[in-house]
Design a protein around this ligand. Sequence first.
Ligand code: SF4
Ligand code: SF4
Ligand code: SF4
Length: 274
Amino acid sequence: MSPVPGVTSATRERRPYPSARALDGQARSILFDASKCIGCRQCIEACKDWHDLPRGDTYRIGASTWLTIEPPVTEGMAHIWGRNSCMHCDYPSCAAVCPVEAITKFEEGPVVIDQAACIGCEYCVHACPWHVIAMDNVTKRATKCTMCHDRVQQGTAPFCVQACPVDALHFGPAAEMEARAGTRAAEIGGSVYGRSEAGGTRVLHVLAGSVAEHGLPGVDSVRYPIQIPWSAKIKGLLTINGGLRGRWRAIENACTKPWRLTYRYWQWWHRHWQ
Ligand code: SF4
Ligand code: SF4
Ligand code: SF4
């Protein structure tokens, strides 16, 4: 049991990546109520506004689109909608595999990629069970939703939450969002997604239909469900990502924290011993 309400005990364990406090250490969650969503995509436009991202394709996750609403059809063309974006995992696979510790998990929830530290190796892209990290073809760095970390730090809600015209998005203390999601799911005879997947996440979905109908993947409850194909591992070893400086940082990290390598190369070990 965590000694601080709303903060998972996981934040106090030895983590294979940097963790930090942005505000008060109280865990927060985004709650997406799919039964209220109308597919208007105001949330996507708001995300682009706040983060100054190009308009581009709003139907596919990419360097300029950190959030999609599924299925990829216009408003009015579907009766069931889903949100696809970073889940801000309590045990983020992306951060566990990063060879230069460029990804930080904040106690308040956000999992954030440091653009200056990223060397563009793409391990995180492969490791994420939700496939919500994209490479920026210009900067050659990994990008994704930040949970509007800058806004959370100021005590305000993510911009997508603020933009929803039908109250399908909420943000607040983790325990409060959890209770709200449970009550709503019971009301509509639906279910809550994101509570146990990958060991727990900071984005809860109230689903009216099946997981697949909402365009979401089935992810089991094991922590760090990392599946990096061997081709990607070999490519990563043979490519000098981030130049000589980037390679040096990766080697230095591997030498000083060799146990971190197990997350990238021997996932079965975690599946059996976590
Ligand atoms: S959903 Fe993917 S990108 Fe987001 S924290 Fe989890 S593993 Fe990382
Ligand atoms: S691309 Fe590589 S260096 Fe950049 S955040 Fe992902 S794992 Fe870390
Ligand atoms: S939380 Fe922020 S970064 Fe993430 S999808 Fe919403 S607006 Fe975009």
